[in-house]
Design a protein around this ligand. Structure first.
Ligand code: NA7
Length: 292
């Protein structure tokens, strides 16, 4: 019989992950703060857990994927939280992007309860979540990964075990800093080229045929050229990840000058945004500068 899986957090990433777990035939219990976001999955065969605790109590393996550190602390340690409900010998997999330090606290609490824990943030965006092609960056023990890999195979294709708990988040924060800088670099170059009277499409054509090509720009360059910033990877989440990366650098006594400068730009665009936008909306910074 397939292990019972619990899923807490049905946002842009969590919901398609839930759908793929159901398609792969895992018995699935779900909880989300906004209950209506579970409706589709319940129709597709998931069971509703009355609380994060109830989800954990019904599951052999619990996956959590919520926005940020306060959200994760709330669902784990708040009233009727996940940790209180975890069975001895079960596994908690957290795929939220949070700080490595928070994940080490989660790991310590799990160890007290004889629960195994992996920090396992993902990359691949909503496309990867929908197609089941997410890439996992994992901190924890190999034997724990071996136990849960058949489940994670339903939502992801590559699983990188990077070190002890916290290592998954460390690499994830570094990865998102690279993505933020690549998109920002493109937005600056676009301002330069279009400001000089050359079409942005020409830049993209050359860029993506050159050594400077970036996979993320296959997706983000077209939306930037169209000015269509419907959130796929929301700016508020990228901003949170850059903040966490800079905080980690500070704790380590490392300076990240390009990251810090990009964070200023993302912060300005985020403060000016009236709606939830994609992180590629950072290009608005230069669009505004040019039209001023
Ligand atoms: P979304 O689409 O913003 O979804 C965020 C999820 O987190 C969603 O289920 C939220 O519930 C939940 N959330 C947010 N705050 C809370 C609190 N305080 N308590 C309980 N649940 C909460 O994000 P994504 O799915 O794109 O990303 C999820 C993570 O993966 C994030 O760390 C990314 O950086 C990577 P809601 O539906 O709003 O009630």
């Amino acid at each position: 019989m397939k292990p019972a899986v619990g899923l807490v957090g049905l946002g842009l990433m969590g919901k398609p992950m839930g759908r793929n777990l159901l398609k792969a035939g895992f018995p699935l219990t779900v909880w989300n703060r906004t209950a209506s976001k579970a409706d589709d999955l319940l129709r597709e065969g998931a069971r509703w857990g009355e609380s994060p605790l109830a989800v954990a109590a019904a599951s052999d393996v619990v996956i959590t994927i919520v926005s940020d550190p306060p959200a994760l602390e709330g669902i784990l340690w708040g009233a009727n939280g996940v940790l209180e409900g975890m069975r001895k010998g079960s596994v908690l997999v957290d795929s939220s992007t949070v700080s490595p330090e928070l994940e080490r606290r989660v790991a310590a609490d799990c160890a007290q309860r004889a629960v195994d824990f992996l920090d396992a943030p993902v990359t691949g965006g909503t496309w990867g979540a929908e197609s089941g092609d997410l890439v996992f960056m994992i901190g924890g023990r190999q034997e724990t990964l071996t136990r849960v890999e058949p489940i994670l195979q339903a939502v992801g294709k590559r699983f990188f075990l990077l070190g002890p708990n916290g290592a998954g988040q460390t690499v994830k924060l570094a990865m998102n800093m690279i993505l933020a800088l690549q998109v920002e670099a493109f937005a600056e170059a676009l301002a330069l080229v279009t400001g000089a009277g050359v079409a942005g499409e020409k830049l993209v054509e050359v860029l993506q045929s050159s050594m400077a090509r970036a996979g993320v720009l296959d997706v983000k360059a077209p939306v930037i050229l169209k000015g269509d910033f419907k959130p796929s990877f929301p700016l508020r989440l990228m901003h949170k990840d850059m903040r966490l990366a800079l905080e980690l650098a500070k704790q380590l006594g490392i300076t990240l000058p390009a990251g810090a400068a990009a964070f200023e730009t993302y912060s300005t665009v985020k403060a000016a945004a009236k709606e939830d936008v994609d992180f590629s909306a950072v290009a608005r910074f230069w669009q505004k500068a040019q039209s001023a």
